[in-house]
Design a protein around this ligand. Structure first.
Ligand code: PEP
Ligand code: MN
Length: 278
């Protein structure tokens, strides 16, 4: 693919891996759970405890929310980051949180273990350059109208600034289909693996926007070779201040993680074994 340098895989097929807390991203399968937005200390800490109990490896939660309407909940900002810090102290889970403004990157880094760049900001080049200068890994979501080539060029922006630790995250794209919130493009997972050395996670919460579809698409993402999942979880989804219709309860999340881990184990033992023998 033209113009790609640093994100391209080479002949050795070696994949990027890096440590975040106890996890080796790109090697271990990472399950990230947590609310769409940090709303209160109680909501975030209770959710974090449930995520950890269910086998989740990291906590997600937005303190800065890029909302379609300026009148919708915009996030708690610094107060939200401090709540995430408390949740991390309580559970030990590393924090993934979104940054939406280049001027905030340096101080959000004091709270985040991984900086999330949301779909709406995928091509915000000044933001990409700023996170590229930071020392924190970056989770780069696919823009809702973006091709694979455009997405990888955005990752290239981050690597070109000197930050090699990028995780791509497929979160669905807009198509003519309206039944689902977005169309989750799982064929991108093996395509990304062919073209780049970067880890790729899948977000079936935004990818489908429908509770009943999140578990089947999580399993499909595992089968497609994803390096991890990003799933919205809320202690009381109906009361959520954003994305209320797609957040799982702790019970639903726990059932999902159990199935996902079983499938992953099956793939590690049976399928890898067969390919070694072949
Ligand atoms: C989110 O993760 O809550 C979010 C806003 O995601 P996206 O940028 O994929 O819409
Ligand atoms: Mn959300």
């Amino acid at each position: 693919m033209k113009n790609l340098k640093l994100v391209k895989s080479d002949e050795s097929g070696k994949r990027s891996t890096f440590k975040v807390g106890n996890c080796e991203v790109g090697k271990d399968f990472i399950i990230v759970g947590g609310p769409c937005s940090v709303e209160s200390e109680e909501q975030t800490i209770q959710t974090a405890i449930a995520v950890k109990k269910a086998g989740g490896n990291m906590l997600r939660g937005g303190a800065f929310k890029p909302r379609t309407s300026p009148y919708d909940f915009q996030g708690l900002g610094l107060k939200g980051l401090k709540i995430l810090e408390k949740a991390k102290q309580k559970t030990g889970l590393p924090i993934i949180t979104e940054v939406i403004d280049p001027r905030d990157v340096s101080w959000v880094c004091e709270y985040a273990d991984i900086l999330q760049i949301g779909a709406r900001n995928m091509q915000n080049f000044s933001l990409l350059k700023e996170v590229g200068k930071s020392s924190k890994p970056v989770l780069l979501k696919r823009g809702m109208y973006s091709t694979l080539r455009e997405w990888l060029n955005c990752a290239e922006y981050i690597l070109a600034e000197g930050n090699p630790n990028v995780i791509l995250c497929e979160r669905g794209i807009r198509t003519f289909e309206t039944y689902t919130r977005n169309t989750l493009d799982l064929s991108i997972v093996p395509a990304i693996k062919e073209l780049t050395h970067l880890p790729i996670m899948v977000d079936p919460s935004h990818g489908t926007g429908k509770i009943s579809l999140i578990e089947p698409m999580s399993l499909a993402a595992v089968a497609a070779g994803a390096d991890g999942l990003l799933i919205e979880v809320h202690i009381n989804p109906q009361e959520a201040l954003s994305d209320a219709e797609q957040q799982l309860t702790p019970e639903q999340f726990s059932k999902l993680t159990a199935k996902v881990l079983k499938l992953k184990e099956f793939m590690n033992t049976s399928i890898n074994q067969e390919s070694k023998e072949a």
